[in-house]
Design a protein around this ligand. Structure first.
Ligand SMILES: C[S@@+](CC[C@H](N)C(=O)[O-])C[C@H]1O[C@@H](n2cnc3c(N)ncnc32)[C@H](O)[C@@H]1O
Length: 281
């Protein structure tokens, strides 16, 4: 079954506007994007792809951290996300391409891309196909840097235990939904098997011809207020199942009332750096 946040809502304007407003108000996607862009070795990059770029948070980080001459292509399959991004992110070095990530090699020069960065999206794609496409477009020595949400990768940073002071907002949402709506998690939501473990990623990268340079579990620190704003974006609102958005927002409000805005939150990510081997070096 597709993960809850892979629902077909990405191409809806209301969702895209909410996502873009969240990116302007909260640091989450900027922080995670910069974590990736810093690992992409952008020092002398001429062409960088922001894969599944959405409204452009990752493209912005690449433009900020890369050399002034670098051109960036932001590719996404949702026109609504790119429409929302184009309104605030105008930079002559940035081109927006509407395409599924799986078709990357149809749009950029094969063997001519210095780095590909993919923030918070790879597990939503046909990962094996995307990795093969990335391997085709990267120049020898070029890097592919991406992350996988901790729940999808089956990893937890130690800070989740030490910094967090109570149940997560998602756990409170499930409690409230059970109390007020008789909610019970679907068997697939409850089975806990990671969708894209590091072991699986290593195997997929190897068969695409990409070498793993580094894999690290990182912690992204935030607040309950930020988490609430994030869970208000329609594609991320929970719980999964047969709820209207208005019901989900009522559940979210009731769950949020059980905590405080400044309560610290920790989100784990598996960050992977891969490289196309340079056999000429
Ligand atoms: C959580 S957003 C991340 C956007 C951006 N990287 C950021 O950091 O803000 C996920 C994005 O992945 C896009 N996406 C999902 N599956 C895709 C696919 N197969 N090809 C291209 N884009 C895809 C969605 O449209 C959405 O814009």
């Amino acid at each position: 079954m597709a993960p809850h946040d892979a629902v077909l809502g990405w191409d809806e304007d209301a969702n895209a506007e909410a996502y873009e407003a969240f990116c302007r108000a909260h640091p989450m996607y900027d922080t995670t994007s910069r974590t990736l862009a810093r690992r992409a070795h952008l020092g002398d990059a001429g062409l960088v792809v922001d894969l599944c770029g959405g409204v452009g948070a990752t493209a912005r980080a690449i433009l900020d951290l890369g050399p002034a001459r670098a051109r960036v292509i932001s590719m996404d399959s949702a026109a609504a996300m790119q429409r929302a991004g184009r309104r605030t992110l105008t930079d002559t070095r940035l081109a927006w391409i509407l395409s599924p990530a799986e078709q990357l090699a149809d749009h950029v020069p094969v063997g001519g891309v210095d780095a590909v960065v993919c923030n918070s999206a790879i597990w939503k794609t046909d990962t094996a196909t995307v990795l093969a496409a990335v391997a085709r477009v990267l120049r020898p020595g070029g890097r592919f840097v991406f992350n996988i949400g901790g729940g999808f990768a089956g990893v937890r940073h130690p800070d989740e235990q030490t910094v967090r002071t109570g149940p997560s907002l998602n756990a409170l949402i499930r409690q409230v939904a059970a109390r007020d709506y008789g909610y019970a998690p679907s068997p697939s939501a409850a089975d806990g098997a990671p969708k894209l473990s590091l072991q699986k990623v290593r195997a997929l990268l190897a068969s695409a011809g990409l070498a793993v340079v580094d894999a690290e579990v990182t912690a992204q620190h935030g607040t309950m207020a930020e988490k609430k704003a994030w869970l208000s974006i329609p594609v991320f609102a929970g719980p999964e199942g047969d709820f209207t958005h208005a019901e989900r927002m009522r559940i979210l409000d009731a769950a949020y009332a059980l905590t405080t805005p400044q309560t610290p939150t920790v989100t784990s990510w598996l960050v992977v750096v891969a490289e196309r081997p340079d056999t000429t070096a």
